[in-house]
Design a protein around this ligand. Structure first.
Ligand code: 9WN
Length: 440
């Protein structure tokens, strides 16, 4: 049965729950994704969180972004974790002692990781400003603009391993969808010694059901990939010659292109030239279509740069280029066909939001993290894409299903794609913040 519109009183309750969740996760100058599982500041979480905070606590929205960008590296990379020095050692694995970023060239004074996450921050900054434009928000944009430009510069420069104008990710954590089936093939090539993990203690499985998290073998490889990068002090020089994981991801690069569109708008506010941003956006979209779209499957796939082949898995990552306003009509139609197929179930009336993986695939796992469960962020990105491409019918169906998801499961981190039972952390910040934006 399709999701029924929630009664108004119900929506007010949901809104209160979302605000309470964000308030409880606020920590002086940033929001933790979750007090138990993720007690530090995460990069793309902060962008999603700022979008929701803009509706209720606009000062905090800007503070969130400023705190993150204060930890930007000299080369422009925005670290995926900024560690809170006040927390005890061992509150998260891998912690600052494992990353050892302090001795890397251009690292900030704060302890951070050395990898990045999808660059959704320019879009977030634009949405926060647009929600309530003011002299203060224009000032915040003026501070952020050169930093956002440096972030893009890093990704389209040092990270253009494939030489085609797209950014390569060097770790599955950089995609934000850590154990997506999209990474199975490239991960299989990473030498892993499960014994490595005996030297460390995972922290996540103390707070979440191990059956809902990545496996120990995944973690052995996650650690090995970080060690490869860390041991060369996070340099991006000649990555193709030595690093075991190099992939062009459709979500990451769609975010990269969408960021240029947002920067064009921000440039107009801060008195800079929007033209170069529009040109760069067009080049990214063109490269994305040329390199990551498969006309046979009719969807986007990651490109494994170690084999120069597309990864066959059909995951929700393949739908994310819909966030690009200049995606050509042919690819828009193809992505909508894929999204509306039995694999993902998008429809004007639909019981549940999209899962993270093809429901009909043999390796679909409804409980395991990014291998099937529904998440608010991927659905929110798709919802925005549907509106950008003038599909109010599908956007409305998706919105109802997202509201019903959180009404059933609470502000959980992720959800069973059929029952909407909450999984992972029970008070997860981006679920709350993106709910606020979806409600607005
Ligand atoms: C590793 C914080 C982050 C999200 C990621 C999500 C998860 C970390 C982990 O949590 O990743 O970065 O420990 O599993 O996969 O998208 O940003 O919420």
């Amino acid at each position: 049965a399709p999701a029924r519109p929630a009664p108004a009183g119900h929506l007010a309750d949901l809104r209160r729950l979302a605000i309470a969740t964000l308030d409880a996760n606020w920590e002086h100058d940033h929001t933790v994704p979750s007090r138990t599982l993720y007690p530090h500041q995460w990069s793309w979480d902060s962008a999603f969180i700022a979008i929701g905070l803009a509706h209720v606590r606009p000062d905090r929205a800007w503070r969130e972004l400023r705190t993150l960008f204060a930890a930007q590296w000299a080369d422009g990379r925005v670290p995926h974790i900024v560690f809170n020095p006040a927390l005890r050692v061992g509150s998260y694995f891998p912690g600052p002692e494992f990353w050892g970023s302090a001795t890397a060239e251009g690292a900030p004074p704060a302890a951070t990781s050395g990898i990045v996450q999808p660059p959704v921050h320019a879009q977030a900054a634009w949405l926060v400003h647009r929600r309530a434009p003011s002299e203060a928000s224009a000032r915040a944009l003026r501070w952020l603009y050169p930093r956002l430009v440096a972030q893009q510069h890093y990704l389209t420069g040092r990270r253009d391993v494939g030489g085609a104008g797209l950014a390569a990710i060097v770790h599955p954590w950089e995609s934000g969808l850590d154990n997506s089936p999209a990474w199975d093939a490239p991960m299989a090539a990473v030498p892993a010694d499960a014994a490595v993990m005996r030297a460390y203690r995972r922290h996540d499985t103390a707070h979440a059901d191990a059956a809902h998290r990545p496996t120990d073998l995944d973690y052995a490889r996650y650690v090995a990939i970080v060690a490869s990068y860390r041991d060369r002090r996070y340099t991006d020089q000649a990555l193709a010659g030595w690093h075991p994981f190099l992939v062009e991801c459709p979500l990451f690069n769609a975010a990269l292109g969408a960021a240029e569109h947002a920067l064009a708008r921000i440039a107009a506010v801060v008195g800079a030239d929007p033209g170069p941003h529009r040109d760069r956006a067009a080049r990214i979209t063109e490269a994305l279509v040329r390199r990551l779209y498969d006309p046979v499957t009719g969807t986007f796939h990651p490109r494994d740069l170690r084999t120069d082949r597309l990864v066959p898995a059909r995951t929700v990552l393949g739908l994310m280029p819909l966030i690009l306003p200049d995606l050509p009509g042919r690819q828009v139609r193809a992505v909508l066909t894929e999204a509306c197929s039995v694999r993902f179930g998008l429809a004007p009336r639909m019981p549940r939001p999209l899962p993270t993986h093809d429901r009909s695939a043999p390796d679909f796992e409804p409980l395991r993290y990014w291998r099937g469960p529904s998440w608010m962020n991927t659905n929110w990105l798709l919802w925005r894409g549907l509106r950008a491409h003038h599909r109010p019918d599908l956007a409305a169906g998706l919105r109802e299903s997202m509201l019903a998801l959180v009404a059933t499961g609470g502000c959980h981190e992720y959800f069973h794609p059929d029952t909407a039972a909450g999984l992972g952390s029970a008070a997860f910040s981006w679920t709350a913040s993106l709910l606020l934006d979806t409600l607005a």
